[in-house]
Write a protein that binds this ligand. Structure first.
Ligand SMILES: Cc1cc2nc3c(=O)[nH]c(=O)nc-3n(C[C@H](O)[C@H](O)[C@H](O)COP(=O)(O)O)c2cc1C
Length: 412
């Protein structure tokens, strides 16, 4: 019997800097798009995060907050920089930390994953356009200069320092899903010939420098985590073997927690796309990877993507492959899912993927993201989410609001 067998959903977890997380359930980032016109947090966000805190989640991570106001992933992203109104972030932190919840901010730079209508000239490690038909929606990026790279690293550190000042209990670097950090790691998207590209050692320099700059700013007692891809799931992308090497380096550097996901806009496996049937049966898409890495490293892990039932969550914790269970979509329709799981470990979400019944409309409207954004908006207004919300009504409402922009490739 290994010592993981005694771990349950309500077992607390203490990170190496002493932060105690009251249970093993982790709210994974979901971009809320609820910033105001100046990209500050709004009362709707305070309400939303208080709702999740009351629902019993142990560690809650915000949707991605941008470190650079000239590089947004979506129009209503929150930005955290020197121009931000810190008092609004303080209110957000206070609301989301109720009920003894830890609240971390996810910090992101989209790199080339910023749509044309937002950014005329995106930046990236190399001037390589997105593929898979996305080149219609996203402009070809310009290659970053050395001084621009240094400037972005500093921006991550500035945002992290401000997050600490505002009262958040930690930060998470968004190193997954094809955004800038993940673009640097990818041999396909990063074809630089300087010290930032080429070998894996060079490609991981950016994430390591971002981590070091953040650590220097926030000190050792403030948790810093990362969301990292197990792989990009695309030909010539960041591979599983490379991902394991990056995890080892981050462990050496002193990272506090690693959340595992996978995929990019071009190949969105983070929400189950092209995941093998046998894997889907175990619910968690990236558990096999975690099992493999955990044999070699000793670092708190969160596996995110696909978990729906208490039994699959318990099995994953007891196997030792993960220390926490990452949850996103189930919490968008059932914010008290954690409390229900604590009361009854056999509880399961009966969430069904939203569909219009027409795969091409689903794809074009990105219904699998849009539908959840509507649920977040409802909660932000103080309403209860609607699990039976009709997919067509979401499509029509969005079209009415923003026209064709609604149907540009969004996120995950
Ligand atoms: C509406 C929506 C927004 C998302 N935004 C983010 C984000 O800002 N940052 C991030 O790392 N992942 C984001 N994701 C991905 C989720 O964090 C998670 O990795 C994915 O949904 C799989 O977990 P699940 O099966 O529990 O939903 C988003 C997912 C959805 C549905």
């Amino acid at each position: 019997m290994n010592n993981h067998e005694n771990i349950g959903l309500s077992t607390s977890l203490t990170l190496k800097n002493g932060m105690k997380i009251k249970n093993r359930l982790f709210k994974s980032a979901m971009s809320e798009q609820l910033g105001d016109n100046f990209h500050n947090p709004t009362p709707g966000l305070f309400r939303l995060y208080e709702t999740w805190a009351k629902g019993g989640i142990g560690l809650s991570v915000t949707g991605n907050v941008m470190v650079d106001r000239t590089a947004l992933g979506e129009p209503k992203n929150v930005v955290l920089d020197e121009k931000s109104h810190l008092s609004l972030f303080e209110q957000w932190a206070e609301a989301g930390k109720k009920n003894d919840t830890q609240l971390w901010i996810q910090l992101n730079h989209p790199g080339k994953q910023t749509p044309k209508f937002l950014t005329r000239e995106p930046v990236a490690p190399s001037a390589i356009p997105l593929g898979s038909g996305l080149e219609k929606t996203f402009n070809t990026p310009r290659e970053l200069t050395e001084s621009e790279i240094q400037c972005i690293i500093e921006k991550f550190a500035t945002s992290a320092g401000l997050a600490r000042r505002a009262g958040f209990s930690g930060v998470q670097i968004h190193g997954a899903h094809g955004y800038l950090v993940s673009q640097f790691l990818s041999p396909h998207h990063n074809q630089r010939t300087d010290r930032w590209g080429g070998s894996l050692e060079n490609r991981m320099r950016f994430v390591l420098e971002v981590y070091r700059a953040i650590r220097k700013t926030v000190s050792d007692d403030f948790p810093v985590g990362i969301k990292l891809n197990s792989a990009d799931f695309m030909k010539s992308g960041f591979s599983q073997e490379e991902s394991i090497e990056v995890v080892k380096m981050l462990q050496k550097e002193g990272i506090d927690l690693i959340e595992i996901s996978g995929g990019t806009y071009e190949s969105p496996s983070m929400t189950g796309y092209k995941i093998k049937e046998s894997t889907l049966k175990r619910e968690a898409y990236f558990l096999e990877y975690a099992e493999q890495v955990k044999k070699e490293i000793d670092l708190p892990f969160v596996v995110t993507g696909g978990f729906r039932s208490g039994s699959a969550m318990l099995a994953a914790l007891k196997s030792g492959a993960t220390d926490m269970i990452g949850l996103a979509r189930p919490l968008a329709v059932e914010p008290e899912f954690p409390n229900r799981l604590m009361e009854n470990n056999a509880y399961a979400s009966d969430l069904k993927d939203p569909t219009t019944g027409f795969p091409s409309v689903d794809r074009m409207s990105m219904i699998s993201i849009l539908w959840y954004e509507f649920q977040l908006e409802k909660m932000a207004k103080g309403e209860y989410p609607d699990p039976d919300l009709n997919a067509w009504s979401v499509v029509f409402k969005t079209f009415g609001r923003v026209g064709l922009h609604a149907f540009l490739k969004r996120r995950a």
